[in-house]
Each structure stands twice: as structure tokens, then as C-alpha cells.
Design a protein around this ligand. Structure first.
Ligand SMILES: [Zn+2]
Length: 254
């Protein structure tokens, strides 16, 4: 793997106003992207549009905040697509105010996801706002390879996540937040991956793009007390180690 080949583990490529330019800029800079989706229909559409690009893996998702609207047909489609997808996401639980009313449906959908995502098969990128403990417990019990995306919960449960082998993806908004220092203290450098969560996450007031990881890596390097090159190679090794736990997605690690 090229040292500069960073992986954006959580990007809503299809939600940018010009998805193809996002893909081209990422390809130009050697950044690979996990293009998350919110439902199996979006997965199918994005897969048709981007599935042949070398730097893109389209992830199969069932977004927790959409749980109440999923029909048995959506879940059946999820089952059908699982064997052909390399990543699963965006999935998870959201017990914040936005998701409090649909807890029950979310738990059911997430259980479906974890039953299908067998250990060693797919990496997952997982949403956990307001439900961090619940998500970590379920991922641990399912023994899947998971990335806690944009972790915003209390520091306490992080130890359990680390013990369960989970990774954490950092984005531009996280490294600028006042929680960054405590997250870096709690999460060892060898469990850190990158994400944009674009176009929803902002970096210094602007939408984050996968080809602009420089700021995030520099802030991580500062926090770790290392040079930027060293931080880049730590993240590169983490990507390789994380993906080597699963039997898909090796192609992103050329
Ligand atoms: Zn997201």
C-alpha cells in the first residue's frame, strides 16, 4: 500500500451536489472511499453508478434514523445484497432526541444487520449517537469488525469498545471540537481511522472532502506528538490491520 493511500471509512458520496467530482478528486490524491448508504435502494443506485471505480467501495446501509420507514421488503433486499457488498454502513443505533421515538424499530433492524454481518466477513461503519453502550455491547457480542463512526459519547464506554477490538474513525469536525483531547487520551493511536462524514461534517465552516485529509492528519499528529509522515503511516498501518480481519475489501489496500 502506498503510504499516502488514506481511506475515508465513512462518506455519503451520493449526498454531495457533484458526487463525480468528489470521486475524481479522491482518485487524483490517492484517497480511497467507503461510500456509505442509508438503505438498500440507495446502495443499488450508487453501486450501479460508482461500483466499478477502483477507489470506491459502496457500503450497504440501513440508517438507524430511517428504521421506522423500513419495510420487510427493504430488509429482504438487505439480505440479498449482503453477499455482494464489501462494507456495511451506515448502520447502528441513535437514541438521541432525533431517534428516541423509534428505539424499538432501530433495535430490530440493527439485530437483522448483526445477524447477517458475520465475523470475518464485512467491516461495519457504525453510528452510535446517544446509544454508545448499547452499540458497543452488540458489536462485541456479534464479534464483527466495526468502526465507531464520529464517536460523540462519554469516555467511559471506550475501554469496552477497545477490548472488543473496535476502531474509531476521526473527522475534521472531531479534531476541532473541545472533546478532541480527551478522545485522543482514551483512544490509542493504533485504533484510529479516518472519515469525512461528508457532506454533513464541516471543516472550519466548509464541507469536508475525502481529498482534504491533511488538516485531520496534522491535528492527529500534533496530538500524538509525531511528525505528519509518522501519523500518516500509523493510520495506514491501522487501515491494513483493520481490513486484514475481514475477507473483503483487500482491493482498497493496493
Ligand atoms: Zn453518516
Amino acid at each position: 500500500m502506498k503510504r499516502s493511500a488514506l481511506l475515508d471509512t465513512h462518506c455519503h458520496v451520493g449526498a454531495y451536489s457533484d458526487p463525480m467530482s468528489v470521486v475524481r478528486d479522491a482518485e487524483r490524491t490517492g484517497t480511497s472511499i467507503v461510500a456509505v448508504t442509508e438503505d438498500p435502494d440507495e446502495y443499488r443506485r450508487l453501486k450501479t453508478r460508482l461500483g466499478s471505480r477502483r477507489e470506491i467501495e459502496v457500503a450497504l446501509g440501513l440508517h438507524p434514523l430511517r428504521a421506522a420507514s423500513f419495510t420487510p421488503n427493504d430488509l429482504a433486499r438487505f439480505f440479498r445484497f449482503v453477499p455482494q457488498c464489501a462494507w456495511i454502513g451506515e448502520v447502528g443505533l441513535d437514541f438521541s432526541r432525533a431517534g428516541a421515538a423509534t428505539k424499538k424499530q432501530q433495535l430490530k433492524v440493527f439485530e437483522v444487520v448483526l445477524t447477517e454481518a458475520q465475523p470475518g466477513r464485512h467491516p461495519l461503519t457504525v453510528h452510535s449517537r446517544g446509544a454508545e453502550k448499547e452499540v458497543i455491547e452488540r458489536l462485541r457480542d456479534a464479534r464483527v469488525s466495526g468502526v465507531m463512526h464520529w464517536y460523540s459519547g462519554p469516555i467511559g464506554p471506550i475501554d469496552d469498545a477497545l477490548a472488543a477490538g473496535l476502531y474509531f474513525s476521526f473527522n475534521a469536525a472531531m479534531v476541532q471540537s473541545n472533546r478532541f483531547a480527551s478522545l485522543v487520551r482514551a483512544i490509542p493511536a493504533d485504533r484510529v481511522l479516518l472519515e469525512t462524514d461528508g457532506p454533513y461534517a464541516k471543516s472550519r465552516g466548509r464541507i469536508a472532502y475525502p481529498h482534504e485529509f491533511n488538516d485531520v492528519v496534522r491535528d492527529l499528529a500534533n496530538a500524538w506528538g509525531t511528525a505528519v509522515e509518522e501519523a500518516t503511516s500509523i493510520i495506514g498501518e491501522n487501515q491494513a490491520r483493520f481490513l486484514s480481519q475481514t475477507d473483503t475489501t483487500r482491493r482498497l489496500l493496493r
